[in-house]
Ligand binder design. Sequence first.
Ligand SMILES: *[C@@H]1O[C@H](CO)[C@@H](O)[C@H](O)[C@H]1NC(C)=O
Ligand SMILES: *[C@@H]1O[C@H](CO)[C@@H](O)[C@H](O)[C@H]1NC(C)=O
Ligand SMILES: *[C@@H]1O[C@H](CO)[C@@H](O)[C@H](O)[C@H]1NC(C)=O
Ligand SMILES: *[C@@H]1O[C@H](CO)[C@@H](O)[C@H](O)[C@H]1NC(C)=O
Ligand SMILES: *[C@@H]1O[C@H](CO)[C@@H](O)[C@H](O)[C@H]1NC(C)=O
Ligand SMILES: *[C@@H]1O[C@H](CO)[C@@H](O)[C@H](O)[C@H]1NC(C)=O
Length: 288
Amino acid sequence: MKMMWMLIVVLGILAETSIGWKYHYSHTIMNWTQAREWCQSKYTDMVVIQNQIENDYLVSFLPNRNKSPYYWIGITKNQKNETWTWIGNNSTWIGEESWAANEPNNQSKEFCVEIYVKTGENRGKWNDEKCATRKFAVCYEAQCTATSCDRGRCQETIDNITCLCEPGFKGNKCQTAVECPPLSQPDDGHLNCSGEKLTFNSTCRFKCFPGFLMTSSQDVTCGVTGVWSGPRPYCTSYKQALLAVVGCAAFLSFFCICFCWMRHRKRKKVAQVRLAEEATSASTEAQG
Ligand SMILES: *[C@@H]1O[C@H](CO)[C@@H](O)[C@H](O)[C@H]1NC(C)=O
Ligand SMILES: *[C@@H]1O[C@H](CO)[C@@H](O)[C@H](O)[C@H]1NC(C)=O
Ligand SMILES: *[C@@H]1O[C@H](CO)[C@@H](O)[C@H](O)[C@H]1NC(C)=O
Ligand SMILES: *[C@@H]1O[C@H](CO)[C@@H](O)[C@H](O)[C@H]1NC(C)=O
Ligand SMILES: *[C@@H]1O[C@H](CO)[C@@H](O)[C@H](O)[C@H]1NC(C)=O
Ligand SMILES: *[C@@H]1O[C@H](CO)[C@@H](O)[C@H](O)[C@H]1NC(C)=O
């Protein structure tokens, strides 16, 4: 029975791959510095809140302590006029609704912040406090590890981790290289590709049989979006190529001749009209 449950849990984790960070709290009270050290020794660090959703989630997770509803959170400052800064990565997020009414009151030495976890209107609100006072600790435990994502960056959210893949990779762990569609052998040449699978960064080189000409660049590379870098080349026999060139030249000369002839005709016509006009005006002048 125990084995079965373990199997279910393991399968569940494999299926989801989205566990996210976990919150933990202490059962004893301590000052801010001690609280942080406690978090760092047992988990990852003191809790960091990045938005209101996380704030609400954290509050719903923590047990109400109506008598002493105070938990330290990981935002502090060193001096009175400094900005409040989260531990870890220098974030300064504070929501519109974060502070309790009339807080922070900026009293001297109130350089640490507690969150109220109790029922009533101040539930989930913050207050600045002296760091030496003793409160419960709230910590988080990171779920992202060096092996969470193969070819991407691991991003942690509540109850979820997400791999943000490098260009050219996909899958929930970014473990799969993007594939390009297969290329068929050219009719009058051959194709040579690097690697077995045609994935991102694979290169294929086309070669034409002797007596044949390539119509475009001989190499194509599989790009980050799974599209080949160029059109698939074709092999053309010299004879065909020559015919094509001759055909083209013939067409061009025909076109040129036509064009010149038409221009010539037009010019002639204009000249005739002008002559006629001059003749008429001359005759009207003579009459007048
Ligand atoms: C936070 O900012 C300080 C001062 O600007 C800098 O020395 C420190 O390296 C930064 N820490 C992180 C984690 O970015
Ligand atoms: C701190 O990290 C969070 C994600 O963990 C990110 O949203 C935020 O932008 C970071 N802040 C800074 C200043 O790097
Ligand atoms: C404390 O300082 C902050 C900004 O530094 C200010 O917004 C807030 O109104 C001040 N609180 C009191 C009670 O003076
Ligand atoms: C927190 O408690 C420890 C151990 O009692 C003490 O050494 C330290 O000075 C205290 N820190 C503050 C800011 O009061
Ligand atoms: C985890 O986050 C990703 C992206 O933010 C989302 O698409 C996915 O549905 C989330 N999974 C769970 C179980 O919340
Ligand atoms: C793609 O191939 C080039 C040259 O072979 C190599 O330098 C580069 O690191 C490769 N990029 C990736 C993401 O594999």
